[in-house]
Design a protein around this ligand. Structure first.
Ligand SMILES: Cc1cc2nc3c(=O)[nH]c(=O)nc-3n(C[C@H](O)[C@H](O)[C@H](O)COP(=O)(O)OP(=O)(O)OC[C@H]3O[C@@H](n4cnc5c(N)ncnc54)[C@H](O)[C@@H]3O)c2cc1C
Ligand SMILES: *[C@@H]1O[C@H](CO)[C@@H](O)[C@H](O)[C@H]1NC(C)=O
Ligand SMILES: *[C@@H]1O[C@H](CO)[C@@H](O)[C@H](O)[C@H]1NC(C)=O
Ligand SMILES: *[C@H]1O[C@H](CO)[C@@H](O)[C@H](O)[C@H]1NC(C)=O
Length: 488
């Protein structure tokens, strides 16, 4: 997907991302059994894993099929539980220099422009969850993680390195390895499959060939310059008070927010997949996009009038996989390769970044390679339920956002309005303390549901891994190999 669209460049001057000096990720702890780990895929997930694993003291080789790196021209939302990790990794200055913090999330009825849902964010996000909600450009996100991964010690990075085969069995002749398209074989102690929604390594792990499934939806993406909006009285509010705004319509929705320090405005237009997608389309497609959203209120239509080119993405997902860890205990999946989801909770990359945090925080504990399967099993079990729930809540929003006009839609809007009322009765922060007596539980505006937000945004990957370690370390440390293995 990402690699079929043109690459966008980052907003960092000279392409150089500033990295803060931060405390060592594991408080100075390093593995006493450094492995050679091959990470397949240099997306947001793979790059994060390179960082967390290298910090743990492992030697990492990153293999990326594409001949050049970068991400496409579109925005992405970084929720507190991902931004918490980025800040911990030294990316606070970089993140804040390119981010926009939304004042609120609001839902609009497509035909009338009426606001039916509203949850205040602004500085209350940071007060409540200890880290900001940030809207950024994907190219900036990718550049930040790339710079971080490249600056880690013991990292080898290869482009044009398409993995075509994997040997996950340490008992096999030659041991664990990957084979590249040119025939070259690279040995490893362990492999991380971060190869995205079309993952090849996923089939090796599960033992089943399966393609990702179409979700029925596709996404037009477009960016417009904020200055044209500031010149327009109907639109300037979207820049001056940067909210995340979602227009809900039968079978479609539009999500819009500012990025790049309010210089650009990002549009994501979700619509029924017409089968003609999965390619970068320029002229003409913007007109098709406008036609698809012609029944939207005037402000939305005006926004679309500024679009001259658009990307169209077919949205693919999978049912939860049977497992993420190959039974031989040396090959594990991460990110979209194991839990691709609809972007309707804006959590796909956040889950990949959290995966990396948990994986690194477990593998820093490794004292001999015989402990590896137990730690990878822990990674799988810690991450599986959370990612599956997030896949499910993303899917739920497909239903909620796209209801046809009628009684169910009216009930949805009434539910969202009720939560909007509560906003003024129970002002944040801290919402968790003021509470709302559970009245937002199950709200159709999933961001208004305070218990849900606490779970989604309160998560701390390092804390979760450390807690597991405290409970299980005696079992893991009791695992000792008889043979000395060469660990490179
Ligand atoms: C429209 C849309 C909007 C989204 N919005 C958000 C959002 O707001 N917030 C959020 O958190 N998430 C969002 N997401 C989800 C997010 O983009 C993904 O979850 C995330 O990028 C996944 O990262 P990844 O590293 O797992 O996979 P990818 O980014 O897909 O990276 C996989 C990499 O592996 C490489 N590769 C593949 N096969 C091989 C091979 N055989 N050998 C070597 N290399 C290989 C690919 O070239 C690619 O570079 C959105 C997604 C979409 C489609
Ligand atoms: C954004 O949210 C604020 C409240 O936080 C509200 O006053 C404002 O009207 C919203 N802006 C737009 C353009 O809807
Ligand atoms: C998520 O949905 C799947 C079906 O798609 C279901 O089997 C599973 O129990 C759900 N999991 C959670 C954690 O909600
Ligand atoms: C998430 O992070 C916050 C703030 O850092 C912390 O107070 C909270 O305990 C964490 N929650 C979880 C579930 O890890």
């Amino acid at each position: 997907m990402a690699n079929t669209a043109p690459k966008a460049t980052s907003a960092f001057p000279g392409g150089k991302v500033p990295i803060d000096t931060v405390p060592h990720l594991y408080g100075g702890l390093q593995t006493s059994a450094p492995l050679h780990i091959v990470v397949v895929g240099a997306g947001l997930g793979g790059l994060s894993a390179v960082h967390t694993l290298a910090q743990a003291g492992h030697r990492v080789t990153l293999l990326e099929a594409a001949p050049a790196l970068g991400d496409v021209g579109a925005g992405i939302q970084v929720s507190p539980n991902a931004s918490r990790l980025l800040i911990r990794w030294g990316l606070e200055t970089a993140l804040r220099s390119v981010a926009v913090a939304p004042e609120a999330i609001q839902f609009i009825r497509y035909s009338t422009g009426e606001r039916v849902g509203y949850t205040r964010w602004g500085d209350s996000m940071e007060k409540e969850y200890g880290a900001p909600y940030a809207h950024i450009h994907r190219a900036d996100y990718h550049a930040m993680l790339l710079q971080l991964a490249l600056s880690a010690p013991g990292v080898t990075f290869r482009l044009n390195a398409m993995v075509v085969d994997v040997q996950p069995d340490p008992e096999a002749e030659g041991g664990v390895s990957v084979t590249l398209a040119g025939g070259e074989v690279i040995s490893a102690d362990m492999i991380v499959g971060a190869d995205g929604v079309k993952s090849r390594l996923q089939a090796v792990v599960t033992g089943k060939e399966s393609s990702p499934e179409p979700t029925g939806d596709a996404a037009y993406r477009a960016i417009i310059p904020a200055d044209v909006m500031l010149a327009d009285p109907d639109l300037k509010g979207f820049v001056e008070e940067p909210n995340m705004t979602g227009w809900m319509a039968p079978g479609r929705h539009l999500m819009a927010y500012c990025i790049r320090a309010k210089k650009e405005f990002n549009l994501v237009l979700l619509h029924p997949d017409d089968g003609s997608v999965e390619s970068w389309t320029a002229e003409g497609s913007a007109d098709k996009m406008r036609a698809d959203f012609a029944d939207f209120e005037p402000r939305a239509k005006k926004l679309l009038s500024f679009v001259d080119s658009t990307l169209n993405w077919r949205l693919m997902a999978r049912q939860p996989l049977e497992r993420w860890l190959h039974p031989k205990g040396r090959l594990v999946l991460l990110g979209d390769s194991c839990h691709p989801m609809l972007p309707y909770r804006a959590q796909g990359a956040a889950m990949a970044v959290e995966d990396a945090a948990v994986l690194g925080a477990l593998l820093v504990r490794l004292q001999n390679i015989y402990q590896l399967p137990a730690l990878l099993k822990a990674y799988e079990s810690l991450r599986y339920a959370r990612c599956t729930e997030t896949q499910n809540s993303s899917r739920l929003n497909q239903h909620i956002f796209h209801l046809p006009d009628g009684p169910e839609q009216e009930a949805r809007d009434a539910s969202m309005r009720a939560a909007m009322e509560l906003e003024s009765i129970y002002p944040a922060p801290p919402r968790a303390a003021t509470g709302d007596a559970g009245q937002t539980k199950g709200n159709q505006n999933q961001w208004a549901d305070r218990a849900k937000s606490q779970i989604q945004f309160g998560y701390d990957g390092n804390a979760v891994a450390n807690q597991w370690w405290e409970q299980h370390k005696s079992e893991v440390l009791a695992i000792k190999g008889e043979r000395r293995l060469s660990l490179l």
